[in-house]
Design a protein around this ligand. Structure first.
Ligand code: ATP
Ligand code: MG
Length: 143
């Protein structure tokens, strides 16, 4: 098992619906540690840069508009297999297909407004963490 880090975002709908604590509770209960966190209101350009891999997709314009529509909380999660564990906690992209007991299955309204983002690979996690945090912003747990 590998100690990993992953980038997580509580998206604008999650913040708007006062779900920050509920999402953090699930991370902590699953043994993931929050080692960096920051609230920010993304500009359209920041959202476009973050989701650049999706720029050719039909939903790109709506997605970036939504991601810049209100404040988000961005965090780095650390733990054993953090990337896969966070994806498991989130559930499928479309809440209709997400299992009960997952963040999206329990809390999300639609495929677009789906409460949380999580990196999909260790490689992308590194890129996404660096998009929002400097090395000095990350506080590894010593105990
Ligand atoms: P995320 O990257 O946000 O963690 P994901 O990896 O589960 O989500 P992606 O395929 O990377 O899913 O899509 C990124 C985001 O784009 C989704 O979380 C969702 O908000 C939005 N999205 C994806 N597919 C659609 C769609 N068909 N229609 C509208 N929005 C979509
Ligand atoms: Mg994704």
């Amino acid at each position: 098992m590998a100690l990993e880090r992953t980038l997580s975002i509580v998206k604008p709908d999650g913040v708007q619906k006062n779900l920050i604590g509920e999402v953090y509770r699930r991370f902590e209960q699953a043994g993931l540690k929050i080692v960096a966190a920051r609230m920010m209101h993304l500009s359209l350009a920041q959202a476009e840069g973050f989701y650049a891999v999706h720029r050719e997709r039909p939903f790109f314009k709506d997605l970036t508009k939504y991601m810049s529509s209100g404040p988000v909380i961005v965090q780095v999660l650390e733990g054993e297999n953090a990337v896969a564990k966070n994806r498991e906690l989130m559930g499928a992209t479309d809440p209709k297909k997400a299992d009960k007991g997952t963040i999206r299955g329990d809390l999300a309204a639609s495929i677009e407004e789906n409460v949380a983002h999580g990196s999909d690979s260790a490689e992308n996690a590194k890129i996404e963490i660096a998009y929002f945090f400097a090395a000095a912003d990350i506080c590894p747990r010593t105990r």
